[in-house]
Design a binder for this molecule. Structure first.
Ligand code: PMP
Length: 461
């Protein structure tokens, strides 16, 4: 029996899923008891599940389906490429047309001095590449002691040993011996949660200057790089104070360290610019890319490498690569995705329609009794829950209790938002229209009202 074509009942699919499929970041037993929601189709911003319910996807899958679901041009690009050349590698002095074309396109889209890309199949792999790239760079210029990479607490940079170590997620570090050696973490610029009585501007400077202090503590001769997302995504859509990035850039300019901008979420339009670094005027040495590069239609990631670093790496043998580095089908899909983004002027749509509509929608929640902060930037938004807005107070209940109630209420109201602690975040497809934001406000209002009522009834407020 072909399970793909046989439309089994939901309960049967859930039973098989529970019996054989291990889900990422999920307690299997708890999920097995309630059964996973099974998504069967999608179009635009709407998912359809196996019971026929239509769910508004305010997370673009996992921050990746930038052009929305259902674009058959990408399927056709994959089909054409699979027939022509389904696979070949880029090791051993060979190349192929899709990887050549995509590398050229990326060089065209990225700011100077980015002209070279090292491909991977995911953001995690690309960040693992970056660890080796920056260390190899310093070794090749005669400074092999420069090995330490500074990252930030609550950062997410992937789930491999390298990516998970670069990340600063305590619940990940508590398992499996992370972080690996020579990766350290400074504090994040999360004013709402950690800014105390300071103004956001003062706090942004204070947190940026931790980088300088950390470089001094470790010894500049031992530090290879600083890695950060311009806006921390999975950490809770942490939009830094205005003062943060200029100060980080000043420190990186003054000190002999490389700057890696993790553009896995922000790259390809989420801030209304091709790269989040451009939005903030950051000048990184390496940019991690993935997700929006193919709008998630095929797995692909990469490290975009600035001329200075690429030149040194090109002169040495870089003993690194993946079977799927520059996979021809993924490259063809990514090219088609970028073609659509350009031809349909998707960045203009973000700047003129989608981001203002999202901002207006998010602002409608400002006075909701659960919400202390409602913020958006480009196609990212965050709704912070608090029992007392004036004090930016946390709840007495364990962190995430209200967030989980809200997540369940979103489920019940056919909308996908994600909770990070007691904060709801959104990262919708870039194609969002004003009509979509009305559906968003309607469903999210119901979900948040129900969350409030339940939290109140349970004495959590
Ligand atoms: N970096 C960032 C900023 C991410 O958000 C993610 C994924 N959420 C990754 C890296 C890892 O990417 P992947 O899941 O494709 O390995």
């Amino acid at each position: 029996m072909n399970i793909l074509t046989n439309h089994l009942p939901t309960a049967e699919l859930q039973r098989i899923d529970a019996a054989h499929h291990m889900h990422p970041f999920t307690g299997g037993d708890a999920l097995a008891k309630k059964g996973a929601r099974i998504i069967t189709r999608a179009d635009g911003m709407m998912l359809t599940d196996s019971d026929g319910r239509e769910v508004l996807d305010m997370m673009a899958g996992l921050w990746c389906v930038n052009i929305g679901y259902g674009r058959h041009e990408l399927a056709e690009a994959a089909y054409r490429q699979m027939k022509e050349l389904p696979y070949y590698n880029t090791f051993f002095q060979t190349s192929h047309v899709p990887v050549i074309a995509l590398s050229q396109k990326l060089a065209e889209l990225a700011p100077e001095p980015f002209n070279q890309t090292f491909f991977a199949a995911s953001g995690s792999e690309a960040n693992d590449t970056n660890i080796r790239l920056v260390r190899q760079y310093w070794a090749a210029v005669g400074k092999p002691d420069k090995k330490i990479i500074i990252s930030r607490k609550n950062a997410y940079h992937g789930s491999t040993m390298g990516g998970g170590s670069l990340g600063g997620m305590a619940h990940m570090h508590s398992q499996g011996g992370l972080p690996i050696e020579n990766i350290v973490h400074i504090d994040q610029p999360h004013w709402w949660a950690e800014g105390g009585d300071m103004t956001p501007e003062e706090f942004g400077l204070l947190r940026a200057r931790q980088l300088e202090e950390e470089i001094d503590r470790l010894g500049e001769g031992n530090v290879a790089a600083f890695i950060a997302e311009p806006i921390q995504g999975a950490g809770g859509v942490v939009i830094p104070p205005e003062t943060y990035w200029p100060e980080i850039q000043r420190i990186c300019d003054a000190r002999e360290i490389l700057l890696i901008a993790d553009e896995v979420i922000l790259g390809f339009g989420r801030t209304g610019r091709w790269f989040g670094s451009e939005y903030y005027g950051i000048r990184p040495d390496i940019m991690t890319i993935a997700k929006g590069l193919s709008s998630g239609y095929a797995p692909i990631g990469g490290s975009m490498v600035s001329d200075r670093v690429a030149k040194v790496i090109a002169e040495s043998d870089f003993n690194h690569g993946y079977t799927y580095s520059g996979h021809p089908v993924s490259c063809a899909v990514a090219l088609e995705n970028l073609r659509i983004m350009e031809e349909e002027s998707l960045l203009d749509h973000v700047n003129q329609i989608a981001a203002p509509a999202l901002a207006k929608a998010i602002a409608t929640f400002e006075d909701h009794p659960l919400i202390g902060e409602a913020r958006s930037l480009g196609m990212l938004g965050a709704l912070q829950f608090t029992p007392d807005k004036s004090r930016r107070a946390p709840f007495k209940a364990p962190k995430g209790t209200i967030g989980e109630i809200a997540r369940d209420a979103c489920f019940a109201n056919d909308i996908v938002m994600r909770h990070v602690g007691d904060r709801m975040i959104v990262s919708p497809p870039l194609i969002m229209t004003e009509a979509d934001t009305e559906v968003f406000v309607d469903r999210a209002t119901r979900a948040l009202d129900q969350t409030y009522d339940k939290a109140k009834a349970e004495g959590l407020l």
